[in-house]
Design a protein around this ligand. Structure first.
Ligand SMILES: *Cc1c(COP(=O)(O)O)cnc(C)c1O
Length: 377
């Protein structure tokens, strides 16, 4: 029986997913331990092969996390000190942080208002003689406008690194994201659409040369054992993470289907509220890593949801140009009008494969009563 007062809808529910795969996952983890295949090794290689196949890319290099994947890929495509790299204003901090960590400078571009991704119409005005690359982020599970991004990159001779941390399996005009640029980075942080049981990440690319360079950088610059040809770093995937990911990869498509089904139900139940809901342009397959709506008076709406047992998230409360770390650059709201006007209105609702119709019904009922006082953005 539906008991409104007792209902709890967590923001994510990794326990429910574990319960659905417990025996396979337990067995996979024990196998790694009993074989002591802890770092890189055969399980990482097996995952690299199946993930490259899944994405439809020539190569996959498994690394320690998604932030390292961006840094290593940037270095491998030749980005370094004093280069400028175009980054969307609305993304997780790691996208820009990785640019700074290779010595380059992140240059922010506003997002477009309906789909939240980098606005291609605002990229060219930010290109200078030092610009070397663009990082389109496929935010919330929706592909960026890749035709426009690639056209601009070709015209100006720029590299493209796709940040796919939120978009495993998303498609742009039928082609899987991660196959458009010079390289692409993925995160397998536990809460991502494909999540490990700890930190993990990967780079995919169609270039054998870029893949080789990534492998070298991620493993102390060793071409062979103790044969160091450059100063790299230690960023390898754990065997346990690789084994977990291999089990979960076979479920990814069905989880994405469930996310899409859940999004369709949200859309149906919230249709007449006037709340801006996530949508995708024609031909783009949204994978709903996050289900982000916009409401005025967000804190009140979020509090009302939380009181009724619905957990919510914020992605992201401060657009990157307005973070304290970039305060020295003195960005003005009018420099990023869309990101700035939306950052106080974005609210993420629970979204994962295991959500039930009853849970979504509860979220929508509470949300509707919270926004009837004219708070839809
Ligand atoms: C999660 C995330 C990252 C970083 O991945 P980690 O594995 O947490 O290091 C980078 N970019 C975006 C857009 C992300 O969402």
């Amino acid at each position: 029986m539906y008991n409104r007062d007792a209902m709890h809808v967590p923001f994510v529910d990794l326990k429910a997913q574990y319960a659905s795969l417990k025996s396979e996952l337990d067995e996979a983890i024990l196998k790694v331990v009993s074989e002591t295949a802890f770092v890189s090794g055969k399980y990482a290689m097996a995952f690299e092969k199946s993930f490259a196949e899944y994405i439809g890319a020539g190569h996959c290099v498994a690394v320690a996390n998604g932030t390292d994947a961006i840094e290593i890929a940037l270095q491998a495509i030749g980005i370094g000190p004093y280069d400028e790299v175009i980054v969307p204003a609305n993304t997780f901090f790691a996208t820009a942080e990785a640019v700074s960590n290779v010595g380059a400078v992140p240059v922010f571009v506003d997002c477009e208002p309906d789909f939240y991704n980098i606005d291609p119409a605002k990229i060219e005005e930010k290109i200078t003689a030092r610009t070397r690359a663009i990082i389109p982020v496929h935010l919330y599970g929706l592909s960026a406008e890749m035709d426009a991004v690639i056209t601009i990159a070709r015209k100006h001779g720029l590299k493209v690194l796709e940040d796919c941390a939120q978009a495993h399996g998303a498609t742009y005009k039928g082609q899987t994201v991660g196959t458009f640029g010079d390289a692409a980075s993925f995160s397998f942080y536990p809460g991502k659409n494909l999540g490990a049981y700890g930190d993990a990440g990967a780079i995919v690319t169609n270039s054998g040369e870029v893949a080789e360079q990534c492998r070298l950088i991620a493993n102390h610059g060793q071409a062979a054992k103790y044969c160091h040809t450059l100063t790299g770093r230690n960023s390898r995937m754990d065997g346990i993470q690789a084994a977990v990911l291999s089990v979960k990869l076979s479920c990814l498509d069905s989880w994405l289907d469930s996310r899409q089904r859940n999004a369709a139900l949200y859309k149906e139940l919230l249709a007449d509220t006037g709340i801006p809901l996530p949508t995708a342009p024609d031909g783009l397959g949204h994978t709903y890593h996050l289900y982000v709506i916009r409401v005025k008076d967000r804190e009140t709406v979020a509090a009302k949801l939380n009181e009724s047992g619905v957990d919510t998230g914020l992605h992201y409360p401060t657009a990157l140009p307005f973070l304290e770390v970039y305060s020295g650059e003195s960005h003005k709201p009018s420099d990023f009008p869309v990101a700035h006007s939306q950052m106080g209105e974005l609210l993420s609702l629970p979204m994962y494969a295991e959500l039930t119709e009853e849970m979504i019904g509860h979220v929508c009922e509470v949300l509707k009563s919270a926004v009837t006082r004219g708070t839809a953005a």
